[in-house]
Design a protein around this ligand. Structure first.
Ligand code: GLC
Length: 497
């Protein structure tokens, strides 16, 4: 891929982004970094015109999900100590309470010299911390992979934490499906948007976290006699490893069967019988043809495919969710051919998904009475706003990672598709470079094309700033960095050790 030279305007913007991040977003406690705040207070950088920072809101806290791009960026910068400190903080905040044992907080902050965590007990609407919990083992695995610090993963305290995490996932429940069932707002979309049940992002993260946790246990088990543990703990590690791998295999099969759609599968869905009873049912979730929306025809075209938003009894969700789909490609939940179909779909629908600000978070928006009843009149999530089809620049680097990784691993991608991917990524980069500094590194953008700064957006949002730096790194500095989020493959985990 050609790497156009960096002009002085571009390097000025990148320098500004780096200094905002390193000097104002990263937080320290007792001389150690603990992560980055969600948004920089404009007061701290003397930007009076940006308005007051709402001290009562929690943007001054360290959110685990917002720190995913932060930690990935720091790994690429070889700032391993900061990532290790952040992970140690996460481990120290893993819940020990009976009802939430094993979860990691959505966010935390420093008060009077101590860390105070929010597991959902303070969050608006009391939304739960599921994606943060699933992200932690994935970041931990990425850290060990990038730094080679296997000794960190083998510490008793870390292996105990992984065990507590797996206790939380691998336990009996009411449903037989390998997906996990969550209330509304359990991930990046942390407000009501009818994303309860088995939303895609959570299931794909579950897959990534099971493989990552198994990979981290394997690091310890592989070292045989030198292991720190004997007896019952070692037996439990082996058992959890086996269960996690078996669960991940089942989950992937399930997602491919129930979530993957293209023009062929939709036509099969439309012909299925309903009201079937028994194990041989073709339409297991008793989905009526009428729930398959007509916009899907144009959206999929002949060659497109994607993982749909949710599978629930009688109520599938055909909306397209950008992050869940990008992660589905990055974690190889979908096959190389399916990844190609996904990239084709994104290219085909770029007027919607990219428009004037990459990338739209989900498509299409809930409107009218659907918006009223399914969000509970959530004013922040009005149609074309915020999570309800708003545009989030922080998502673009995930797409770049998915596309570049695919091209490097499976160069089978047709030349046309690859040229389309490149042109989409480069033009997105140009848009971000032009608009983010103008619009004060806003958190999100509103309207059908994403032209307007989000009505309630924070300025100087950390993952917007770091997202641009990551995109620049992937496109112009080190394309092989697209492998940074590689998780252990099921085939590797299934080999004897
Ligand atoms: C908003 C976003 C959420 C993010 C938080 C902090 O609540 O919806 O995904 O983690 O802000 O930036």
């Amino acid at each position: 891929m050609p790497t156009p030279p960096v002009d002085s305007r571009e390097s000025g913007i990148l320098d500004r982004a780096r200094s905002l991040f390193y000097q104002h977003a990263l937080v320290k406690l007792d001389q150690r970094h603990i992560g980055a705040v969600a948004a920089i207070n404009p007061k701290d950088i003397k930007d009076k015109a940006a308005g007051a920072f709402h001290e009562d809101l929690n943007y001054g806290e360290v959110f685990i999900r917002d720190n995913v791009p932060v930690m990935i960026f720091l790994l690429l910068e070889k700032e391993f100590q900061i990532v290790r400190d952040f992970l140690n903080v996460c481990w120290s905040l893993q819940s020990n309470q009976f009802q939430t044992m094993g979860i990691f907080p959505a966010s935390f902050t420093e008060k009077a010299g101590a860390l105070v965590a929010d597991y959902g007990q303070r969050a608006i609407g009391r939304v739960v911390s599921v994606d943060a919990t699933l992200w932690v083992p994935i970041i931990a695995h990425a850290y060990v992979q990038a730094s080679g610090d296997v000794a960190w993963a083998r510490q008793p305290v870390i292996q105990f934490g992984i065990q507590r995490f797996l206790d939380l996932i691998l336990h009996p429940r009411f449903r037989d499906a390998p997906t996990i069932h969550v209330p509304d707002g359990a991930f990046m979309i942390d407000r009501p948007l009818d994303v309860w049940g088995s939303p895609l992002e959570i299931q794909v993260l579950l897959y990534g976290s099971l493989c990552s946790a198994a990979g981290l246990i394997k690091q310890d088990l592989c070292h045989g006699k030198q292991g720190h543990f004997m007896g019952a703990f070692r037996d439990k590690q082996k058992q959890q490893f086996m269960f996690a791998v078996a669960w991940a295999k089942r989950l992937r099969r399930y997602l491919l069967k129930h979530y993957w759609v293209n023009t062929k599968t939709v036509q099969v869905l439309r012909q299925r019988p309903t009201e079937e009873y028994g194990e041989g049912a073709a339409n297991e979730y008793n989905i009526q043809t009428e729930s398959i929306p007509h916009w899907l025809q144009e959206w999929l075209g002949e060659e497109g495919g994607y993982l749909l938003g949710n599978i629930r009894t009688g109520r599938p969700d055909f909306r397209f969710f950008t992050l869940g789909n990008c992660l589905g490609a990055i974690f190889d939940v979908i096959s190389p051919r399916q990844q190609q179909a996904l990239f084709h779909l994104i290219w085909h629908n770029q007027a919607h998904l990219v428009a004037q600000m990459p990338l739209r978070i989900c498509h299409p928006p809930l409107e009218g009475s659907d918006w009223q009843s399914r969000t509970g009149y959530d004013r922040k999530n009005r149609p074309w706003c915020y999570h309800n089809s708003g545009h989030w620049p922080c998502l673009t680097w995930f797409l770049a990672a998915a596309m570049l990784r695919h091209q490097q691993l499976y160069p089978s991608l047709s030349q046309d598709t690859w040229e389309n991917c490149q042109s989409l990524l480069y033009s997105s980069y140009k848009t971000l470079l032009k608009r983010l500094p103008q619009q004060r590194w806003a958190e999100y953008f509103d309207g059908p094309t994403g032209l307007w700064t989000g009505q309630q957006a924070r300025y100087y949002q950390t993952w917007t700033i770091v997202g641009l730096l990551l995109l620049q790194h992937l496109l112009k500095v080190e394309q092989s960095a697209a492998h940074i989020l590689n998780i252990p493959r099921l085939s590797e985990l299934s080999q004897p050790f």
